[in-house]
Write a protein that binds this ligand. Structure first.
Ligand SMILES: *Cc1c(COP(=O)(O)O)cnc(C)c1O
Length: 361
């Protein structure tokens, strides 16, 4: 079986975890602080606040910016559901926007229309989907013009770039995930990054029950603290992030050069984007996706359909009155399939995958 995802845990991570175990300080402590500093520095952002997951990082980001009950947040109709759930957790209302047919990221024209239609919108939550940055120059211009805050969901885009600048450093705040399938992992874990001191301070309080002075609680917060065990893994993974992403990019390039089946569209990469291929997502034409899935299964090749549904049409959101028909998302969701691109893929494995894909007819 060739897996679609597989965390790469080496001796370094194991040793680091044992060291934390032996220290007796296994919950949130200095290892977490160190990981926050190292990760923020690496992404070119001033403050890092580690959390229990990407989902809680998103929720805390919104909460720390003061987004709350009844506030409108413009976001993409096509992502993992956590992007939108975080908006709902803080009592805000998502306003969905369709995607760009080439990049699968939120449509820039769609954002402009939504901002015109909802002049009271407070924020824009964008997702750098599959490892490719959104057009952050245009997004920040629109945010300025319409005076809205920007949250970047970087859960799939560690170290991705737009115009030579790292994602997560453009908006007011950014959220990362370290789930095992992501470009780097801590088991479960997340991080809030921000250059804004007030947001950083709020986020810092929120993840720890609003506590500044011992047992004096300034806000109704949460326990979203990362553990030293997770942070120890993260610190080792961060050192390997360059290698991991280079491996993904190399595999993607191999696919780009060798997939020659006219039924398959390889990923479009914008000239300004450094794609880190959280997923290598192709489009299958002529309703042949089911046929390809069968072929992949017969050949023991892992795959994923990210995502078979738009967010607003999820059963969990039934009855909430969201628009559920989308010109682009509804086409794309039936065409996409992601194939293994993980850095540990063997040359033989990737050749097998290419041969199977080129055989689809
Ligand atoms: C994985 C993911 C999240 C949530 O991260 P978790 O760590 O799983 O909570 C949020 N947004 C996107 C786009 C993701 O891919």
């Amino acid at each position: 079986m060739i897996n679609i995802a597989r965390p790469l845990i080496g001796q370094e991570e194991k040793d680091a975890v044992l060291k934390v175990m032996d220290s007796g300080m296994i919950a949130c402590g200095q290892t977490v602080s160190y990981f926050e500093k190292e990760f923020a520095k690496r992404m070119g952002v001033k403050n890092g606040i580690a959390t229990t997951s990407g989902t809680t990082a998103l929720e805390v980001s919104l909460h720390a910016m003061g987004i709350g009950f009844g506030d409108k947040v413009i976001t993409t109709a096509y992502s993992f559901i956590a992007s939108t759930n975080s908006i709902l957790y803080v009592g805000a209302t998502p306003v969905f926007v369709d995607i760009d047919v080439r990049t699968f990221n939120i449509s820039i024209d769609g954002i402009r229309m939504a901002l015109q239609e909802h002049p009271d919108a407070k924020a824009l939550l964008v997702v750098h989907l599959f490892g490719q940055a959104c057009d952050m120059n245009k997004i920040m211009e629109l945010a300025k013009e319409f005076n809205v805050k920007v949250i970047e969901d970087c859960a799939q885009a560690h170290d991705a770039e737009w115009d030579g600048r790292k994602v997560g450093s453009f908006g007011d705040v950014a959220a990362y995930s370290f789930y095992p399938t992501k470009n780097m992992t801590t088991g479960e874990g997340g991080m809030v990054l921000t250059n804004n001191e007030e947001i950083a301070e709020n986020a810092r309080l929120l993840i720890n029950h609003g506590m500044k002075i011992r047992y004096q609680h300034e806000k109704i917060g949460y326990n979203y603290r990362m553990t030293n065990i997770a942070a120890a893994i993260g610190l080792e993974q961060l050192k390997k992030l360059d290698n991991f992403n280079e491996g993904r990019r190399k595999n993607a390039e191999y696919y780009n050069n060798n997939l020659i089946n006219p039924l398959i569209d390889i990923p479009f990469v914008s000239n300004n984007a450094k794609h880190v291929y959280h997923q290598y997502t192709i489009k299958i034409k002529k309703e042949k996706r089911d046929a390809l899935i069968k072929l992949l299964e017969d050949n023991q090749i892992g795959y994923g359909v990210f995502y078979p549904f738009s967010i607003p049409e999820q059963p969990a959101y039934a009855g909430m009155g969201f628009k559920t028909e989308w010109e682009t998302t509804d086409v794309v969701k039936k065409q996409v399939i992601s194939i293994p691109v993980l850095p540990s893929l063997m040359e033989e494995e990737i050749r097998t995958i290419v041969a199977v894909l080129n055989d689809l007819e």
